[in-house]
Design a binder for this molecule. Structure first.
Ligand code: ZN
Length: 149
C-alpha cells in the first residue's frame, strides 16, 4: 500500500472576530484574501488567504456551542489544525489507523470545494489536530486555479 501526501494544503487559525482579524493577514502581511464564506455544517465563518497549496484559513465560530467555539473558549486564539493534501484519503486514513492515530471521522466527509476530508485526533498527531484532504481531481501542476463551484 502506498500512501502519498502532496504537502500542506492549509493551516487553520481560530479567531474571535473574523472581520477584525482579516486586515492583519490581508493588509499588514499582504496575503490575498481569496474567499470569505459561512460554513453552516461546521457552524463557522472562514476567511481563506491565497490559492492552491499552502493557504491560510481563519475560522471563527458562529455559535457558542460548536466544537470550534469550545476550542476557542478553552485554548484561546491560535493554531486550530493543519491540513495535508493526500492522493487517496481512504488509504491515508487506513494507514494512520494502523499507525495508532485515532480518527475523528470514520468516513471521509465532504469539505469545501468538492474535496473529501477527514480529521485525525490531535492525540495521535503529537498534539495537532490534522485534517486529511483529497481535493477534486484536477490537472497535475495547476495551482492558483482551485475555485469553488
Ligand atoms: Zn481545514
Amino acid at each position: 500500500m502506498t500512501v502519498r501526501a502532496k504537502g500542506l494544503d492549509h493551516v487553520a487559525i481560530v479567531v474571535r472576530d473574523l472581520e477584525e482579524s482579516i486586515p492583519l493577514w490581508r493588509d499588514a502581511l499582504g496575503l490575498e484574501l481569496s474567499e470569505v464564506e459561512e460554513v453552516p455544517e461546521q457552524q463557522v465563518k472562514t476567511a481563506i488567504f491565497g490559492h492552491g497549496m499552502g493557504r491560510v484559513e481563519l475560522i471563527c465560530p458562529t455559535t457558542p456551542d460548536s466544537g470550534v467555539a469550545k476550542f476557542l473558549a478553552s485554548r484561546g486564539e491560535g493554531l486550530h489544525h493543519v491540513c495535508i493534501e493526500v492522493e487517496d484519503i481512504e488509504s491515508a486514513m487506513d494507514s494512520l489507523r494502523k499507525a495508532g492515530a485515532p480518527l475523528i471521522d470514520r468516513e471521509p466527509r465532504s469539505g469545501a470545494g468538492g474535496a473529501r476530508v477527514a480529521f485525525v485526533h490531535p492525540r495521535g498527531m503529537r498534539g495537532v489536530l490534522t485534517e486529511l484532504r483529497q481535493g477534486p481531481s484536477e490537472p497535475a501542476g495547476v495551482s492558483g486555479s482551485r475555485r469553488r463551484p
